[in-house]
Ligand binder design. Structure first.
Ligand code: HEC
Ligand code: HEC
Length: 326
């Protein structure tokens, strides 16, 4: 008995030790790029060009969050997009508990804990650490437009400004400023579950195995029978998280859309009534195919890939809507 106690006392001390070292390194943890640069990797071509007049991370942050900023020679730039800001569709903090996998359910729970939305676009936290952009099936959607974006973060930012945000092209100083801002939200060594000490003894491949080098994207069609759906049993509690952290992010009070949704029975009845229809009001259609640009109106709704909303999660959302509508 006494022996057992002493073992648990020792393990408690050990756990506390790990805890303390964990918290102390998290304060001054090295950036992942800094670490990889010390091992010979070169990130210079991705770094912003501060030689251009007016470029700063502050300007980039304002552009990203508000859609406009101070111009280099005075005055304010015109809005980048009439419809959206970058944060309509992207978070700017860590959204996955484990950065080496893209798991929408783990992300949903994590976002709920952190009080951040659950969105179609991948977080910009750690975007500068990725090698490829608009991965997987995005070339089906944007075709040749993806080519200059796939391996080039500047191309990715510009593509999103015009295609995703349906806005004007960014000027050089704006583009470099957004890039500068993204460098302020790069990954740190503690984000990938390592300490500086451990990481400095690892090779490049083992370090890079700790986070995804690109955000995977698989397009799914709506279920072939919209009445039956996927056939999976939906969990309304989980669906509620999706409704509130995703749909309402854009639709509450028509924030980024003309369609207003809230927690009233009216909203749920409207959605429920249309689920099985073959129209742009069907839950299945809007989530899997998005809502295209209407003629004369450039706003649209981006679709959710399998990695951004799983088949089970969509069943959960349906179950929640049906429960609340009745
Ligand atoms: C209407 C929604 C929407 C808006 C607004 C939007 N984006 Fe995106 N963005 C997306 C989607 C969807 C993708 C597809 C790839 C992904 O993020 O998973 C994407 C991809 C990206 C990528 C590549 C990410 C990757 O890892 O593949 C970058 C960089 C980016 N956007 C930057 C921006 C910037 C900067 C703005 C503001 C000027 C912006 N986006 C506005 C939806 C949006
Ligand atoms: C990133 C913002 C965003 C998110 C998140 C989002 N939507 Fe949308 N949604 C839009 C926009 C923009 C439109 C285009 C219609 C418009 O301009 O009003 C739209 C259109 C729709 C339409 C069709 C309306 C019509 O009149 O044609 C439905 C239905 C819809 N959304 C439901 C949902 C549901 C359900 C969710 C959650 C799974 C959701 N949306 C998540 C932005 C969003």
């Amino acid at each position: 008995m006494i022996k057992l106690y002493s073992i648990s006392a020792i393990s408690l001390l050990f756990v506390m030790g790990v805890y303390w070292s964990g918290t102390s390194t998290s304060v001054e943890s090295m950036s992942v790029v800094e670490l990889l640069e010390s091992k010979g990797m070169d990130y210079n071509s991705k770094k912003p060009n501060f030689g251009i007049d007016g470029v700063s991370a502050e300007v980039g942050k304002q552009l990203f969050h508000e859609g406009f900023s101070a111009k280099p020679n005075g005055g304010t730039s015109g809005k980048q997009s009439k419809h959206f800001v970058c944060t309509s569709c992207h978070n700017v903090t860590k959204e996955d508990p484990d950065l080496s996998v893209s798991d929408p359910q783990a992300r949903l729970i994590y976002s709920e804990e952190k009080g951040i939305p659950f969105l179609q676009g991948t977080t910009m936290y750690g975007a500068v650490n990725r090698d490829t952009y608009y991965n997987g099936d995005y070339d089906k959607k944007y075709g040749n437009l993806v080519k200059p974006a796939r391996n080039d973060i500047r191309g990715a930012i510009q593509l999103c400004a015009t295609e995703c945000a349906q806005g004007r092209e960014l000027k050089d100083w704006e583009l470099e400023s957004i890039l500068a801002y993204l460098w302020t939200i790069e990954l740190n060594v503690d984000d990938i579950g390592l300490t500086d000490e451990v990481a400095s003894n690892m090779d490049v491949e083992s370090i890079q195995a700790k986070y995804l080098q690109g955000s995977p994207a698989t397009f799914l069609p709506p279920p072939s029978d919209r009445e039956i759906g996927s056939g999976l049993l939906g969990r309304p509690d989980n669906g509620k998280l999706i409704y509130e952290n995703s749909c309402l992010h854009c639709h509450y009070r028509g924030k980024y859309s003309f369609l207003h949704l809230d927690n009233s029975r009216l909203s749920f009845k409207h959605l429920k009534r249309n689920i099985s229809k073959y129209s742009r009001h069907s839950l299945y259609q809007v989530t899997r195919w998005g809502v295209p640009v209407k003629s004369g109106k450039k706003s649209y709704m981006p679709q959710y890939t399998e990695e951004r909303m799983s088949v089970q999660q969509l069943a959960d959302l349906r179950a929640y809507i049906e429960e609340e509508a009745s």
